[in-house]
Design a protein around this ligand. Structure first.
Ligand code: KG4
Length: 335
């Protein structure tokens, strides 16, 4: 079964062709990063317009790279939530028009379910049930993946997402947008114990997280050192920050994994590319005996093939969109 998959929830337009869920025939991406870099963050209005400009030629490119024609498409999948609403609507509307024109099924896909599915492409042997730590620019969740389309939300950030936290700190340091990658590179060789940063605890909700206190503490540390004319040891600051984020994510992941008892843990989303988080997860899983599945680096960020992969499993479960399908800025992953 050949699925044309569309992703447009933030600042990457992506169209992919995926066969039978796990075989990627093409993965065309148009990044808007250069444009948003000028503003130090994503400008939603610009993002929507850039998706609109890119999406048609990107779909042609995806078909050409896959070596297929429009007649070969069996279904169209698209991210319909969550994301920047104007951006999401461009992809939804495009997918609707293609499905309508070709007379094939339309499959709505939850963006974070897509991130989880990036693991199926990386690891052909991975099957639910497993626990997934989902951490990206807009979402930070712990998800019980009971089967391909039955999910239970175990915990989530109460405020900022982990990626947003990396991005804001990197912006104040002036090291680039999006900031997670540059912060990760900066942290290499730094002393993670040099700067003290807070860890959060949510009363009565051990699997919930909070990043706003950490973000504020990190920004205050930068500003205080600037005001005192003291130079920050940047690699050590970045390493201390990465460990503070990892300390929010990894112990809660291990606690949830112990409660579930599946013996399988996956990670997903842009922040899952972080080298400290990956190595802390590896260490913790070595200790606990859980099997760890990490998406390959190229599939951590937004892409179309993860939507095609999850779209396949949603299709098998009978999920269909009709011509009234709408886009949503927020949507519970369990629904
Ligand atoms: O999954 P993604 O591409 O988009 C969303 O669905 O949100 O995630 C983007 C986020 C950004 O906040 C970016 O700074 C972060 O992922 N990111 C990283 C790394 N690479 C990307 N954060 C930490 N370390 C990285 N190596």
């Amino acid at each position: 079964m050949i699925i044309l998959a569309v992703e447009s929830s933030c600042d990457e337009t992506a169209v992919s062709v995926v066969k039978d869920g796990r075989t990627v025939l093409s993965d065309a991406i148009a990044s808007q990063v250069d444009m948003h870099t000028l503003y130090g963050g994503v400008v939603p209005e610009i993002a929507s317009r850039k998706h609109l400009e890119a999406i048609y030629s990107l779909a042609d490119r995806a078909l050409e790279e896959a070596g297929i024609t429009r007649k070969d498409i069996d279904a169209v999948a698209c991210t319909y939530a969550p994301g920047l609403i104007g951006a999401v609507l461009v992809g939804v509307n495009f997918a609707k028009s293609v499905a309508y024109g070709l007379g094939v099924p339309l499959i709505p896909v939850h963006h974070v379910r897509g991130h989880i599915a990036a693991n199926y492409i990386t690891h052909p042997d991975l099957e639910p049930p497993f626990l997934c730590l989902c951490c990206s620019g807009g979402n930070t969740l712990l998800v019980d993946v009971q089967d391909y389309t039955t999910m239970r939300l175990l915990g989530a950030t109460r405020d900022d997402a982990a990626g947003e936290c990396f991005d804001k700190v990197a912006r104040v340091l002036g090291i680039g947008y999006p900031g997670g990658g540059p912060m990760d590179r900066l942290s290499q060789g730094g002393d993670p114990k040099k700067y003290r940063l807070p860890r959060s605890k949510v009363d009565g909700a051990p699997l919930d997280m909070s990043f706003s206190g950490l973000k504020t503490a990190a920004l205050n540390l930068i500003h205080n050192s600037q005001q005192k004319g003291e130079e920050l040891d940047l690699p050590s600051f970045a390493a201390s920050f990465a460990h503070a984020v990892a300390d929010e994510l990894v112990p809660r992941t291990m606690l949830a994994a112990k409660e579930l008892g599946y013996g399988k843990i996956a990670a997903a989303g842009g922040v899952a590319a972080n080298s400290t988080i990956r190595s802390e997860l590896e260490k913790a899983c070595k200790k606990s005996g859980d099997k760890l599945f990490l998406p390959k680096l190229s599939l951590c960020g937004d892409n179309g093939c993860m939507i095609g992969c999850q779209g396949y499993y949603e299709y098998l479960a009978g999920v269909r969109g009709d011509m009234t399908l709408n886009g949503y800025a927020n949507k519970n992953i369990a629904l």
